[in-house]
Write a new protein. Structure first.
Length: 119
């Protein structure tokens, strides 16, 4: 005789709960990571912009403000940036934290440090 094979109802419910919790966590944490990658992409675009090479830090800040408005970046402002010139290229970096409430009194605190070059 062959034994029965398959998924029991209790096993299905257990795996369904695990998958749903993982998806809910992903949905809560995804916006913070998406904003980080938007900031990093904006930093790289500004750093590689040929028109900003001979201009001042204030011009780089105003370029960030314009691009941050278009990208809907709200985690950083122009005064949160550390802007330095290395050679003839701007290096833009920042450090910030995002606290995402998960459920109840449990929150996820994520620290980000975007930088315009690949370091």
């Amino acid at each position: 005789m062959h034994g029965q094979r398959g998924l029991t109802l209790s096993g299905f419910l257990l795996w369904a709960v695990v998958v749903i919790i993982a998806l809910l966590l992903g949905f809560k944490l995804f916006p913070a990571y998406y904003e980080y990658y938007s900031i990093k992409r904006t930093f790289n675009v500004i750093a590689k912009d040929e028109t900003l090479r001979g201009l001042t830090k204030r011009d780089v800040e105003s370029s960030f403000v314009r691009r941050a408005t278009m990208e809907n970046i709200q985690a950083l402002g122009p005064y949160d940036l550390a802007i330095n010139k290395v050679g003839d290229q701007w290096v833009i970096e920042a450090q910030y934290s995002v606290q995402v409430p998960l459920f109840g009194n449990l929150s996820a605190c994520m620290d980000f440090a975007p930088r315009s070059d690949n370091n």
